[in-house]
Structure formats: C-alpha cells, structure tokens
Design a protein around this ligand. Sequence first.
Ligand SMILES: *Cc1c(COP(=O)(O)O)cnc(C)c1O
Length: 361
Amino acid sequence: MSNSRTYNFSAGPAALPAAVLEQAKNDLLSYRGSGMSVMEMSHRGRDFIAIARAAEADLRDLMQIGADYQVLFVQGGATGQFAAVPMNLAPQGGAADYLVTGIWGEKAFAEGRKYLDRARLAAVTDPHTYVPPQGDWQLSADAAYLHITPNETINGVAFDTLPEVGDIPLVADVSSIILSQPIDVSRFGVLYAGAQKNIGPAGLAVLIVRDDLLGRSRPQTPAIWEWATLAKAGSMINTPPTYSWYIAGLMFRWLAEQGGVAAIAQVNRRKADKLYAAIDDSGLYANPVAPANRSRVNVPFTLARPELDQPFLAQAREAGLVNLEGHRSVGGMRASIYNGMPEAGVDALIAFMREFERAHG
Ligand SMILES: *Cc1c(COP(=O)(O)O)cnc(C)c1O
C-alpha cells in the first residue's frame, strides 16, 4: 500500500482492495490491447460482452447460485429495488410483509407502501438493536413476499438465523453483507444489493432472482426495473453502468483469489471479533447491539463522553483512519469493515482506540 492511502472505514462507497485499483489503473488507457478504456467501449462490443459474462460467471461461482436463478446487473441502487420489489412481485391491491430491524428496512417499507395497498409490518424493533425471534412476528398468509434486511448497515444489526417462510418468497436487501459471508441463495426468492459496499463502485446494483418469480410484474413497471425484461436482455435493455460492472468483475476475481466467500468470511469474523472484544473490554467504548445480532461488517460504537467524539475523529484521521463517523441519523462512530478492509486496518484501529482511551479515558 502506498503511503498516500488511508484505512477507509466508510460504509459506502467503501474501500476497494489496492490490487483491484492497480488492475484498473493498468487497464485504464487501453484495456487488453483494445486501444480504449472500458469506459469508452460499446456495451454491445465483444470486449465488454466478455467482461459482463465473466463477471456473472464468477459471481455465480462465488455464491453458488443455482441455474434456476437469474443474475441481473441494474441501475438505481438498492433504493431502486425498494420500489421494484413490489412492482415485480405483488399485483395491484396486493399484500406484502416487511420485517424492519433498522433504518434501511424502514426505507424499504416506506417505499413499498407506495405500491402496496396492504404493506404490513411483520415486526419492527425499537430501538434497532436486535432481531426479534420469529415467534414474535406476524406473518400474513396472503403476502406476495416477506422482505428482510439481513444486515442493517447503519444500526449494525444482523440476522443470526434465516426466517422459515414456507412458500412465501423471501426477499432480502443484502447490500452490506453480500460476498462477506456465505449466503444460502436457495433459501431466497430474491436477493439484491447496491454495489458500493462489497462489490465495487456505486452506480450498479446486483439482483439475484428465482426464475419462477419472473413474469409477475405489473404492466406499468418501468422497463429498466422489470426483472423479466432485464433477464431476457442480459441486463442490457439500455446502456448499463459499464465501468462499475467491469470493476465488480475485478472484485469477483480478487475475491476468488482470496479463496472465495468462505475463506474471506473467516477473515471477516476475526476482524469483527477482535474489534468487538476491544469495545467490550474498554471503559470508554460501547456497542448497543444484542451480541447474537452484531454485524460483522458494520460496527457502530459510542464514546462514554460525547465531547470526545470530535477529538477521536480528528486524531484518528491524523493516524490515517478515516470515515469513522456514524451515520448522521444515529451519531457516534461506525467502522465498516467489508471485504476491502484488510485485517491490518482493523488492527490499526484497535491500537488507536486503546491509545486514545489511555490518553482520555
Ligand atoms: C447502502 C444501503 C442501501 C442504499 O443503497 P443505494 O445503492 O444507495 O440505493 C440500501 N440498503 C442497505 C442495506 C444499504 O446498506
């Protein structure tokens, strides 16, 4: 790592591995002798089609995505899918259930309500510091789907087990955990993720949808978010976010070189365990989330004396540890430690936190 790079704990857009950025730099002016940047290529040309196909194949390998699922590369972020999910799955007048365990789930529910006459809260937590047991949820028999957010990026709350929903399609916003730990795709009807946490640059969202759920969309669904149309067109009904797609492909290759999802999940677990241990062992830092539901990729924490927040952030920045401020809606600190954050970055953060506590605690 060159001296000018920091350890970037941003929740998203998030740190990318230096090796991926170096590869992009090498390819920048002329991709594999093509005489042009990937940014400048036709999305229908041979080079880009090969990039797109390889990215999909690598993602299918990494996540062991069955042949009965489509993989779509779309625009509009995860937020676009908040609207696309009801439009694609629930008929006019239809019902759907939402389990809200954090701020992204709240947003998904609020957007879903615009398109659903009967949008129901299966459960909602207050404060968002845990996942209620399934026995406490209210699931409706006529729901077109159950929507969950398995990892709440802002609150740092993660499901420890997957819901049992029978025949009701399980739809999950996996923006912040995709590829950071194994996900059993076969348990889901739909998985979607904005790319800028674990996959690559912003501008791209990845959608994994089971074949039998295609073709339920309402007629007024915008073509760019109609899953069946996208699937038929290889995600190219208009110009896709080509450069983000290409970088996502480099990320998939990089992850495969690290040993794949199971291997990086072990690193991620180690990173999270030691950071939570440092928080729990201290008298200055605290994390409010139920231990079983602590996120392994987003670690929020507060300082016992809020007047120390600004000095903490300023000194962290001087030490090359940046973007540690919590989301504007919750305050405090948050360290996002996705696949792109090396273990050495977490070690450096822990050392800094200990030193700061010694000086101020
Ligand atoms: C970041 C995030 C979003 C929003 O993603 P956009 O791509 O900006 O729309 C939605 N859900 C979760 C869980 C997120 O972490």
